[in-house]
Structures are given as structure tokens and as C-alpha cells.
Design a protein around this ligand. Structure first.
Ligand code: SAH
Ligand code: DHB
Ligand code: MG
Length: 221
């Protein structure tokens, strides 16, 4: 068995023996696939970690950058509870449409606002008229801009908020000197930005599983 097959088998074991099936999440993946969306959602086990982090912190107001079909959005929206809300930003209108359908099917549409456009512009516009501060942010869009999203989102957060950034390792390209694509450069800039700011506590954790070898940055701002 290859390493990747073994990681996937283990993720499947965790779903079967710990998490259990989830009809709303499986329905979302089916609608995403029908709509031709790329299958780059967080994995089921990663989604559960996001939900736990939201709930550990008692976060009520969540910001997400990069909606796709709303797989992660569903999990975040459940975790904030019925008094909470999620604002999620998506560039591609078709992705946002599929996400909206998935959120209706999951009964969560009333606590989620999907904003459509380039996230840099949407975040700048939010900063012009700041909403109530966010408690938790999940950054999972174009990795080229992850450090910019982090810096802007932070200004929309309360002190003590948590920011999680997806896809920071990308099969080890982060530390591979021969990899110099824009996404990897974005992730390297993210770590440099965090290291240079003593007011932020952050780490980056490598993960394996259905998303192969990747990882999250987790920061307290
Ligand atoms: N968080 C989702 C996956 C997001 S995939 C989940 O786990 O279920 C990344 C998404 O970011 C894609 O839908 C892509 O269209 C979107 N995206 C890419 N560039 C963007 C930009 N500049 N502004 C906003 N969204 C962007
Ligand atoms: C890609 C994007 C993601 O957010 C992810 O989790 C995995 C892959 C991608 O653009 O290839
Ligand atoms: Mg991702």
C-alpha cells in the first residue's frame, strides 16, 4: 500500500469508528461534484477539528476566506450555534451558488452570509465599515494572498481571536528550496509575517490523510 493509500484508509477508519456518517456533508460533496467544482474541500477529519476549535473558543462570529461549495462553511456554521454567524468570501459566482444550495439543504442558510468577489476587495470594503469583530477566521482561498488575507482579517478580529490558514505545507513545497511557485511564496511570506510580529503566537502543523501531505497554520492574534 502506498503512503497515500494508507493515510486515506486511516482517515476512513476515523470517520467510521469515531465521527460517523454525515448526510449534509455527503450531500454537499455530491452537489459540488454535480456542479463541476474541484474536490479540494477540507477533509472530514479536518472539518471536525475546525468545529472543535470554534467551539473551544466559544466563537460566535466566524469569517471564512474561500467558500468553494461550503463544505467547511457548513461545519463552521454548525459550530457557532444558532446565535452565531459565518461570513464567507468567494470569488467565483458559480461556487457561491452551489454553496448557497448546500447551506439551504443543511438548514444553515439563515446564519451564513456569502459575499461574492475578490477577497482582497471584500476585506478592504469590510474594513471601511467594520462589522462586529470576528472571533475565528479560516483562510482557505488563493494561497498567493494568504499573508494579505491574514493581515486584513486580523484587523477585523477581536484580540484573542484564532486564525487558521489551510494548505501551508502543500506536499512539502514550503521547505523545498527548488519550489518557487507563487502559492509556496505566499505561504513562506505568511510564516515570515507571523515570525516578525511578536504580538502573534502561531505554529504550523503538518497533516496527512485524504488531503495527502499538507498542513494548517494556527494563530492567536
Ligand atoms: N474552504 C473550502 C475550500 C475552498 S477552495 C472547503 O474546505 O470546503 C478555495 C476557494 O477559494 C475556491 O472556491 C476559489 O474559487 C476561491 N478563491 C480563489 N481566489 C479567490 C479570491 N481572490 N477571492 C475569493 N475567493 C477566492
Ligand atoms: C487546493 C486548494 C485547497 O484549498 C486545498 O485544500 C487543496 C488544494 C488547490 O488549489 O489545488
Ligand atoms: Mg484548502
Amino acid at each position: 500500500m502506498s503512503d497515500l493509500e494508507a493515510w486515506k484508509t486511516t482517515d476512513d477508519y476515523i470517520v467510521e469508528h469515531l465521527l460517523g456518517r454525515d448526510a449534509d456533508l455527503e450531500g454537499a460533496l455530491a452537489r459540488n461534484s454535480e456542479g463541476g467544482l474541484p474536490a479540494i474541500d477540507v477533509s472530514r477529519t479536518q472539518a471536525e477539528l475546525l468545529a472543535l476549535l470554534v467551539r473551544f473558543g466559544g466563537a460566535q462570529r466566524v469569517l471564512e476566506v474561500g467558500t468553494l461549495g461550503g463544505y467547511s462553511t457548513i461545519v463552521l456554521a454548525r459550530a457557532v450555534g444558532d446565535a452565531g454567524s459565518v461570513t464567507t468570501l468567494e470569488l467565483i459566482p458559480h461556487h457561491a451558488d452551489v454553496a448557497a444550495e448546500n447551506l439551504v439543504a443543511a438548514g444553515l442558510a439563515d446564519r451564513v452570509e456569502i459575499q461574492v468577489g475578490p477577497a482582497l476587495e471584500l476585506l478592504e470594503a469590510m474594513l471601511d465599515e467594520p462589522p462586529a469583530p470576528f472571533d475565528f477566521v479560516f483562510i482557505d482561498a488563493d494561497k498567493e494572498n494568504s499573508p494579505e488575507y491574514f493581515a486584513l482579517a486580523r484587523r477585523l478580529c477581536r484580540p484573542g481571536a484564532m486564525i487558521v490558514v489551510d494548505n501551508v505545507i502543500r506536499h512539502g513545497t514550503l521547505a523545498d528550496e527548488s519550489a518557487n511557485d507563487e502559492q509556496t511564496l505566499g505561504n513562506r511570506r505568511l510564516l515570515a509575517h507571523l515570525k516578525a510580529d511578536d504580538s502573534i503566537q502561531a505554529t504550523t502543523i503538518q497533516t496527512v490523510g485524504h488531503k495527502a501531505w499538507d498542513g494548517f497554520t494556527v494563530a492567536l492574534v
